[in-house]
Design a protein around this ligand. Structure first.
Ligand code: ATP
Length: 235
């Protein structure tokens, strides 16, 4: 049963139509990836789901509940976490403060501590750097902090926008390993990536977006084998 159902959404920036009837679904326990070139509409799809971009028509359901155009803090509270492109951690806050911001609605101290331990479990480096300012960490560490912060709400759907962007290959490997681990531990993941090969390698299914439309979809391993995909995105 799909946990997320995006049905025929159209999203505009002023007069520019960024999404033209996008429909995707994500089943509980899956990793689903959206691939496509720059400006195709991948980020806008995630923003439309989390409420950062306004959908003009179509609908979005999360766990059967209509979340179309719900504001980001509400979708977060319902269990949708969005780690945006470029990480967007709070540079002037420490690692600990960043993590606490992630748990903004949680009042109980023991639950906050439990969640922090869970984040440290995936990213031990965060525990070592608790008092370091976010902005002074490396790109890879900032990405880890951004994902760790999202985990503080114990989301049911984790949406990651280009987690590998600008990172050295060895760090990219590490990030993908952790995404895989999170999924094996039960997390449902919607992953936007330009690194199509790596994304499709860990994904159950993928959608290819071009100019705001889905042009192809299928199982991760089938898309890797697909000749058109190979030429356009895996060359
Ligand atoms: P990228 O990897 O470059 O972010 P993308 O596939 O995520 O690519 P989007 O960022 O979703 O693409 O952009 C889709 C379209 O919407 C593009 O034509 C882009 O120029 C346009 N767009 C995105 N954000 C804005 C904005 N804030 N204002 C106006 N147009 C925008």
């Amino acid at each position: 049963m799909p946990i997320l159902e995006v049905n025929n959404i159209n999203t505009y920036y002023g007069g520019i139509q960024a999404l033209k009837g996008i429909s995707i679904d994500v089943t509980q326990g899956e990793i689903v990836t959206l691939i496509g070139s720059n400006g195709a509409g991948k980020s806008t799809t995630l923003k439309s789901i989390s409420g950062l971009a306004k959908v003009k028509s179509g609908s979005i359901k999360f766990k059967k509940q209509d979340i179309t155009n719900k504001p980001p803090h509400e979708t977060t509270l319902l269990g949708v976490a969005h780690v945006p492109e470029g990480r967007r951690i709070f540079s002037n806050l420490t690692v600990k403060e960043n993590l606490l911001m992630g748990a903004f609605s949680v009042k109980k101290k023991n639950i906050i501590e439990e969640r922090m331990e869970m984040a440290f479990n995936y990213f031990p480096i965060l525990k070592e750097r608790l008092d370091q300012k976010g902005g002074t960490m490396s790109g890879g560490e900032q990405q880890m902090l951004a994902i760790g912060r999202a985990l503080m709400m114990k989301p049911e759907l984790l949406m990651l926008d280009e987690p590998s962007m600008g990172l050295a290959p060895i760090i990219v490997e590490k990030i993908f390993e952790i995404i895989n681990q999170l999924n094996q531990d039960g997390m449902t993941i919607l992953l936007v990536e330009q690194n199509a090969y790596q994304a499709l390698s860990i994904a159950n299914r993928g959608y290819v977006i071009q100019n705001g439309e889905i042009v192809l979809s299928g199982k991760g391993y089938d898309l890797i084998e697909n000749e058109e995909i190979r030429e356009a995105y895996l060359a």
